[in-house]
Design a protein around this ligand. Structure first.
Ligand code: HEM
Ligand SMILES: *[C@@H]1O[C@H](CO)[C@@H](O)[C@H](O)[C@H]1NC(C)=O
Ligand SMILES: *[C@@H]1O[C@H](CO)[C@@H](O)[C@H](O)[C@H]1NC(C)=O
Ligand SMILES: *[C@@H]1O[C@H](CO)[C@@H](O)[C@H](O)[C@H]1NC(C)=O
Length: 494
């Protein structure tokens, strides 16, 4: 009897102890849990309400120590905003979450959505196509594209507020075609605006499917109207990438036949030529894989930098002192000359770069990334359980206490002095962190700095960032209120 009692007590003590140890390792839960559905009700709505809930999760996660959990029906997800814990997750689990599979009909085995085994192999093969040396070779195109943008926007001078995103997006789309893909076909403006519209729509549909959790199952989704809509978009999207591919391939094969070095008029291999070469000479990619890489590059390369430029112009227009300081920097480097921006100039545009970074900190263009935990992950204070989903909320990371009490303010100056920056480099995650960091980061900086240098030498911008209403369609963008107005500057020799 005594033995039995003692063992019951011992057993109870053991379980209490175990429970306390494991619950200490478990992150706290987001408030508002409802039996059976968990937190699902919070995610229902449109992409504006989704953005608001992402912000709330960011602030709650920050307040509760940087890691929290939430339940989507029977599934548990983690929400991380601690910069160093984000790096641990990002480098321990390289596999994207299943949500990215929703985009597979569009982007297939490209770098963003591809399976991990393909990604490892292909990322290594493709890295050289985005090295700084290659990007420097694009400088001529960046300059002529920037001049084109200046010219296109001229019709808006003095006419009051206009939607500048239509300009930055078209320009970025052309730039990516001219550089990475080596194709000028984007001249065809009808296909162009169709393509832009299709990208906009498909991003919105991805979010709709995420929010309508009953559509997560392929079986139900296959019968839905949403799927039919998506199919229509895919025809347009894939027609564009197929056309790019066929155009370039013809040139490539023709040059090869005539013993010419396949060239885009620049002295290096553009991304698409590298793909074609690796596939014809080493059989590294099949035709479908090439198209999927092309789709991924067009999408990832234009939608992101066009939106960052759009936000940056809004911020510059909202902060006249910032604008004057940029202009002074430009004046110090270029004087009254309207010459091209060189590689050396880029490294001198220190304040302009600070403005870009600060804009991306305040408005991270990819504010949420997701990983699938393929193993238990030990963080600073908690252990995350294998098999679950982990969200990294970049929006929260960029407002972590490490940024100081002025984290909510737009202050480009903070980037000029290491003492006013966080001690952890992981606190800035606009391009993601760790091994799956954006492949186009150097490309993005060079092209955006060149574009802004030209634009701001010619125009004075006015805007009000407080009017923006934002939404989350995979990337962060304004639903409305992102208008700027421009005036000509007359101190430049044209
Ligand atoms: C300001 C501009 C840009 C920003 C803020 C940005 C941001 C990002 C982020 C956050 C990711 C990680 C996405 C995720 O894990 O879900 C990413 C990945 C990627 N980006 Fe960018 N990007 C920019 C420009 C570009 C450009 C210009 C290109 C191509 C020319 C590009 C190509 C890619 C690719 C291929 C990936 C997938 C990388 C991988 O998983 O290996 N991006 N980018
Ligand atoms: C970890 O715990 C320490 C001490 O309790 C706390 O100060 C810190 O904010 C926690 N960090 C995370 C990432 O949870
Ligand atoms: C849904 O449709 C796709 C093709 O569009 C097909 O590959 C997939 O097997 C279908 N899934 C189910 C569960 O019916
Ligand atoms: C794309 O669409 C155009 C016009 O609808 C058609 O002529 C062309 O053959 C299509 N191209 C490809 C590669 O599917």
């Amino acid at each position: 009897m005594l033995v039995l009692t003692l063992s019951v007590i011992a057993f109870a003590l053991y379980w209490t102890w175990r429970w306390r140890v494991t619950s200490r390792l478990k992150p706290p839960a987001y408030p508002g849990w409802v039996p059976l559905i968990g937190h699902v009700h919070l995610f229902i709505g449109d992409s504006i309400s989704l953005w608001n809930i992402v912000k709330e999760f960011s602030y709650t996660s920050l307040k509760m120590g940087g890691v929290i959990s939430a339940s989507i029906g029977p599934r548990t997800i983690y929400v991380v905003t601690d910069p160093d814990d984000c790096l641990t997750v990002a480098n321990t689990c390289l596999q994207k979450d299943d949500f990215y599979n929703f985009a597979k009909p569009w982007l297939g085995e490209g770098l963003i959505t591809g399976t991990l085994s393909k990604w490892k192999h292909h990322r290594k093969l493709l890295n050289p196509a985005f090295s700084q040396l290659v990007v420097d070779g694009f400088q001529g195109v960046f300059n002529s594209q920037a001049r084109r943008l200046v010219k296109d926007m001229e019709t808006e001078v003095g006419k009051g507020p206009f939607d500048h995103r239509t300009y930055t997006r078209r320009n970025a789309l052309e730039t990516i075609c001219l550089t990475a893909l080596g194709v000028e076909f984007c001249e065809n403006s009808v296909l162009n605006s169709q393509y832009e519209h299709a990208v906009e729509q498909i991003l919105n549909m991805l979010m709709e499917r995420l929010q309508k959790f009953w559509l997560h199952s392929d079986f139900i989704y296959n019968w839905s109207n949403l799927k039919k809509k998506q199919e229509r978009c895919l025809v347009i999207l894939h027609n564009m990438s197929n056309t790019v591919l066929e155009t370039r391939k013809a040139v490539y094969l023709n040059n090869k036949k005539n013993g010419l070095e396949a060239s885009t008029g620049i002295k290096f291999k553009a991304f698409l030529d590298l793909l074609l070469e690796l596939s014809t000479e080493k059989g590294a990619f099949n035709d479908l894989e090439i198209r999927e890489h092309v789709d991924t590059m067009i999408a990832a390369g234009h939608e992101t930098s066009a939106n960052v430029l759009m936000f940056t112009l809004v911020m510059i227009g909202s902060y006249p002192k910032v604008q004057e300081r940029i202009f002074e920097e430009l004046h110090d480097i270029f004087g009254n000359d309207d010459r091209d921006v060189t590689k050396q100039d880029l490294s001198q545009l220190v304040y302009l770069e600070a403005v870009l970074k600060e804009t991306m900190r305040v408005y991270p263009i990819v504010p949420v990334t997701m990983r699938c935990l393929d193993r238990n992950v030990k963080l600073k204070n908690y252990t995350l359980t294998a098999g679950r989903t982990c969200l990294m909320l970049v929006y929260g990371v960029h407002r972590h206490a490490m940024w100081g009490p002025d984290a909510e303010e737009f202050k480009p100056e903070r980037w000029l002095n290491p003492a006013t920056l966080p001690h952890s480099p992981n606190a800035f995650a606009a391009f993601n962190i760790g091994r799956r960091i954006c492949i186009g980061k150097s490309y993005a900086y060079s092209s955006m700095k060149t574009t802004l240098a030209h634009l701001l030498r010619h125009y004075r911008v006015q805007a009000d960032h407080k009017k923006m209403i934002l939404k989350l369609d995979v990337v962060l963008k304004p639903e409305c209120g992102h208008f700027i107005s421009i005036e000509k500057r007359y101190n430049v020799n044209l």
